[in-house]
Design a protein around this ligand. Structure first.
Ligand SMILES: Cc1cc2nc3c(=O)[nH]c(=O)nc-3n(C[C@H](O)[C@H](O)[C@H](O)COP(=O)(O)OP(=O)(O)OC[C@H]3O[C@@H](n4cnc5c(N)ncnc54)[C@H](O)[C@@H]3O)c2cc1C
Ligand SMILES: NC(=O)c1ccc[n+]([C@@H]2O[C@H](COP(=O)([O-])OP(=O)(O)OC[C@H]3O[C@@H](n4cnc5c(N)ncnc54)[C@H](O)[C@@H]3O)[C@@H](O)[C@H]2O)c1
Length: 467
């Protein structure tokens, strides 16, 4: 048994960053992992595998080059599951090594096994060869989530799968029905469609990703339909049967039944809090297994913190890292602050979309007078060079002060491009900045200048004072 200043449960982004931050403060730190490998959902089953799959599909299918070389352009005509797995395995292996090295360099003890509370300062770690107990002054719960598996869905991990199951398939589906048009459903639907798989995407809401700007979602939905995604909105599944011919028969509440070789459920995720022994420390998870925390990521028991997906929204690798670091800083009395107002979103659908700040819908509801400026990739030299003629960047700004209030982008590089707007917004910059600044040419960053000029040109004259 050992005593630690801080023990983190889980080696996903939240646990890793909590552990490293505490170690950098000179503390004795251990990190516990129940799987054989470090990295959590982020490296092993979620972010990295899905983004590797996306890159592999875009590269091998020649998708990015088709607007230049024609719809028939392909780098490889028959793409196999092995081709797709090759890239993911390579990236995952390297990412795991990076995390292991980081832990070793920072003298963070790796403790393999499943952790549960014995009392508020003591954890039991159970593994195949026995159990150990360790104590800590501070504990960070960073156990993440698992796919939700509704009880009435006949999962068989072959024809009827959850979102982790997609990455374990032995063959590329001939056709797929995806239930749930959230971030995961939308990303996988467009990736599979780009590979040539016919996809039906079903969501009970009237449109995909309701938190994203409506114009951007209209453009995304249109482009997804063009590459072979059939969208069913306001729809739910009422029955699922695997037929003798191996096809999955899916009955719907409103529309006619459909069949496909594979059905994937992507209706959200639940916190992995079962088995943590929360009752022994006086904590209770909510109905989706999540824990409540304050602004410093402390649970109701002040020396026990929770960070990452286990605390729910926004449940991103990007935010999980920051939350873990923030929790460790707070535990050891270091200044801690997270700017949540300027949280960027990057959604790796095809095309990718990204946003920071407020949407038109939010500004309208809040009665903020705003202007809109749009740049389309087809008018930008870099857009022509890379063959993306459908991308766009939209700036929202205050009509009187010209302060930038939101940036919304769709198209190649959107998830990188957004950070320029985020930085300007962090310093409460105005669209003048984009108008007066020289940008490299030809770049996608030029979109900011074009959108700012478009925005100011649309305002009635005289224009607000230009500083
Ligand atoms: C398909 C998919 C795609 C995604 N794409 C993106 C993206 O593009 N960008 C983005 O920002 N986010 C993305 N995410 C979200 C991102 O993966 C998560 O937000 C992030 O992994 C959460 O980190 P975490 O540290 O909270 O937990 P996790 O990464 O879930 O790690 C938790 C770890 O805790 C371990 N654990 C659980 N219980 C115990 C226990 N009792 N004892 C010991 N260990 C335990 C688990 O084995 C796991 O290793 C995606 C998620 C999915 C599913
Ligand atoms: N690029 C990224 O940042 C990224 C990528 C993938 C996942 N993630 C994270 O992973 C988490 C989980 O994603 P998710 O897409 O599984 O969950 P989600 O909660 O984002 O979306 C679930 C969707 O399923 C729909 N739904 C729920 N029940 C349904 C039913 N019975 N029939 C039809 N539709 C139904 C909902 O309307 C919703 O649109 C998210 O919180 C997200 O932050 C992030």
């Amino acid at each position: 048994m050992a005593h630690y200043d801080l023990l983190a449960i889980g080696t996903g982004p939240a646990g890793q960053k909590a552990a490293v931050q505490a170690a950098k403060l000179g503390k004795k730190v251990g990190i516990i992992e129940r799987k054989e490998v470090v990295g959590g959902v982020c490296i092993n089953t979620g972010t990295i595998p899905s983004k590797s799959l996306r890159e592999a599909v875009l590269y091998l299918s020649g998708f990015r080059q088709r607007s230049l070389y024609g719809a028939g352009y392909r780098l490889k005509h028959t793409i196999t599951i092995e081709d797709l797995a090759f890239r993911a395995n390579h990236v995952i292996k390297n990412e795991i090594q990076i995390v292991e090295n980081q832990m070793a360099r920072n003298h963070v003890d790796m403790l393999y096994g499943s952790a549960s509370f014995v009392d508020p300062h003591r954890l039991e770690i159970r593994h195949s060869s026995g159990t150990a107990e360790h104590t800590a002054d501070f504990i960070v719960i960073a156990v993440g989530t698992e796919p939700a598996r509704p009880a009435d869905v006949p999962f068989d991990d072959d024809r009827v799968i959850d979102t982790d199951g997609l990455l374990r398939l032995q063959r590329i589906p001939e056709s797929i029905v995806i239930v749930g048009g959230g971030v995961i459903g939308t990303e996988y639907a467009s990736i599979l469609a780009a590979l040539g798989v016919p996809v039906v995407l079903i969501d009970k809401r009237p449109r995909l990703l309701e938190f994203v700007d409506a114009e951007i979602i209209d453009a995304l939905q249109r482009q997804m339909q063009e590459i072979g995604v059939t969208l069913y909105h306001n729809e739910e599944v009422s029955g699922i049967k695997t037929q003798a011919d191996g096809l999955v028969h899916v009955s719907l509440q409103e529309a006619k039944a459909i069949t496909a070789t594979t059905l994937m459920y992507a209706v959200g995720r639940v916190g992995a809090s079962d088995g943590l022994g929360l009752e022994r420390v006086g904590l209770t998870a909510d109905a989706r297994g999540r824990l409540a925390v304050n602004e410093h990521f402390q649970t109701a028991v002040p020396h026990i913190y929770a960070a990452g997906d286990i605390i729910g929204f926004p449940a991103l690798a990007s935010t999980s890292m920051q939350q873990g670091r923030h929790a460790a800083c707070h535990a050891f009395g270091q200044p801690d602050r997270t700017d949540t107002a300027l949280l960027p979103y990057g959604i790796y659908s095809i095309p990718e979309i990204s946003m920071v700040g407020r949407t038109e819908e939010e500004l309208t509801l809040a009665n903020v007078p705003f202007g809109v400026g749009i740049a389309r990739y087809r008018e930008i030299a870099r857009g022509q060079l890379i063959g993306d003629d459908t991308g766009m960047l939209k700036l929202l700004f205050h009509r009187q002060t010209l302060e930038v209030l939101g940036v919304h982008a769709i198209g190649e590089g959107a998830t990188e491009l957004i950070h320029i707007g985020q930085a300007v917004m962090a310093y409460r910059g105005k669209i003048d900045y984009f108008i007066d600044t020289v940008f490299n040419y030809p770049t996608l960053a030029e979109c900011y200048k074009v959108a700012a000029l478009d925005g100011i040109n649309r305002l009635p004259r005289p224009w607000p004072p230009h500083e």
